[in-house]
Structure formats: C-alpha cells, structure tokens
Design a protein around this ligand. Structure first.
Ligand code: ADP
Ligand code: 5GP
Length: 209
C-alpha cells in the first residue's frame, strides 16, 4: 500500500480588527497563487461592500449557524462584536484536498480552540503599533458603524495581551510599516514551508512575478 501523502501544516493569522491581516494575506496570495488557500469562515455579520458570499465568508443566519455548530460541523466558533464566526470542517478540508496551505484568519477565542484540536497550525500574531492606530485604520477603511467600531476597539487590548503572551504564537509581527511587516511575515511562513518540504511535504512555492 502506498504511504499516505502528508499535507502542509495550516497557518493561523490572528490580530485585532484593523491590524492589517487581510492586507498581508492579499499580498501573500497574490505573490504565491498556488501555495495558499483561504479557509472561508461562516459568519452572521452582514457582508461589507465588495465582499462576496463563498469567497470572503459564508454569510448565514444565526439560526443556521447555531444548528450547524450543534451538528458538530465546526472546528471552532466564537462570538465577536455581537456576531458569530466559525471555521467549518469542510472549509479546511476543501483547501487541504488541493494540497495547499490552509490559512485561517480568526480571533483569539477560536485560536484557543484550535490549539486544543489536532490541526497543528503555524500560529502568527499580527500586532498593531497601538489601539489609537487601529482606530485610525478602521475609520479610514470606512466599514464600521460607530457601534461596531467601538466593539472592535473594546476587544483590541485583550487580543493584544493574548497575542504577546509568550507561548501563544510562533511569531509576532509588528505591523507598523506595511512593507516591513509583509517582508517579516513572508520570510517566516516561507521558511516554515521550506522546512516541511525538506521533510517530504509536497507544496509549490512558485511565485508570480
Ligand atoms: P484586518 O484584516 O486585520 O481587519 P485590514 O487588512 O482590513 O485589517 O486593514 C485595515 C485598514 O488598515 C485597511 O484600510 C488597510 O488598507 C489599512 N492598513 C493595513 N495595514 C496597514 C499598515 N501597516 N499601515 C497603515 N494602514 C494599514
Ligand atoms: P471581520 O468582521 O472584520 O471580518 O472579522 C472580525 C474578527 O473575526 C477578526 O478578528 C477575524 O479574524 C475573526 N474571524 C473571522 N473568521 C473567523 C472564524 O471563522 N472564527 C473565529 N473564531 N474568528 C473569525
């Protein structure tokens, strides 16, 4: 019998809302189009302008999500800013079936649950320079109401404290100057993938120039 192929380890990126996670991921996915696949979470929040159902999230009702969680369809789930978010088993499987690095963009309660699962991800914390800077970025992004902005800022310090606690993450990226943050993020994740390649894991690192 042929030995089972071992797939690449997933990667989790966590950090307060507005810290720049999506910005880093967008650049990484554009530079390595064959390497990474996004774990499309479920959420009960409304789509933002430009967000696409099934691409950025699966947008569902609370009732739908609660039933699916009770039905054991989720690896982790959490309430953030008054909405439910969660990673379905199918979302991760879809990416892993393609042999890609599955990327999860999740908040800290989800990270705590994932750490107890058998997913064994590489854990990245995206650290903002300050809560004031988060506020500035979120206001410029122009996606939040006054209420949802406040909820995000209220959660931020707790998230920063968890992210900076030794042992919670494999790397902490200070996301101040975007080009510097991206270079550190990319170097770390690519070196982790190269280590796995040396152990026989098949994964493309072709770049798009
Ligand atoms: P997150 O996904 O963590 O919520 P985003 O990637 O959406 O954050 O970034 C929030 C806003 O801040 C966006 O408008 C983005 O263009 C901007 N941004 C991201 N990184 C930086 C940075 N290092 N410096 C200044 N602005 C940034
Ligand atoms: P946003 O509403 O800005 O897209 O996301 C809000 C927060 O929810 C972010 O911190 C993001 O990382 C987190 N999030 C997104 N999807 C999931 C998920 O599936 N599970 C958990 N636990 N958090 C998620």
């Amino acid at each position: 019998m042929a030995a089972a192929t071992i797939g690449p380890r997933p990667m989790v990126i966590c950090g307060p809302s507005g810290s720049g996670k999506s910005t880093l991921l967008k650049r990484l996915f554009a530079e390595y189009p064959d390497t990474f696949g996004f774990s499309v979470s479920h959420t009960t929040r409304q789509p933002r302008e430009g967000e696409i159902n099934g691409v950025h999230y699966h947008y569902v009702t609370r009732d739908h999500m609660e039933k699916a969680i009770a039905n054991d369809e989720f690896i982790e789930s959490a309430c953030f800013g008054g909405n439910l978010y969660g990673t379905s088993k199918a979302a991760v499987r879809d990416v892993q079936d393609k042999g890609k690095v599955c990327v999860l963009d999740i908040e800290i309660e989800g990270v705590k649950q994932i750490k107890k699962s058998d997913l064994n991800p590489i854990l990245v914390f995206n650290n903002p320079p300050s809560v004031d800077e988060l506020k500035r970025r979120l206001l410029l992004r122009n996606t939040e109401t006054e209420e949802s902005l406040q909820k995000r800022l209220d959660a931020a310090q707790r998230e920063i404290d968890f992210g900076n606690e030794p042992g919670n993450f494999d790397i902490i990226i200070l996301n101040d100057i975007i080009d510097e943050a991206y270079a550190k993020f990319k170097d770390f994740i690519i070196s982790e993938i190269k280590k796995q390649q040396e152990q026989g894991v098949q994964i493309s690192l072709e770049t798009k120039n």
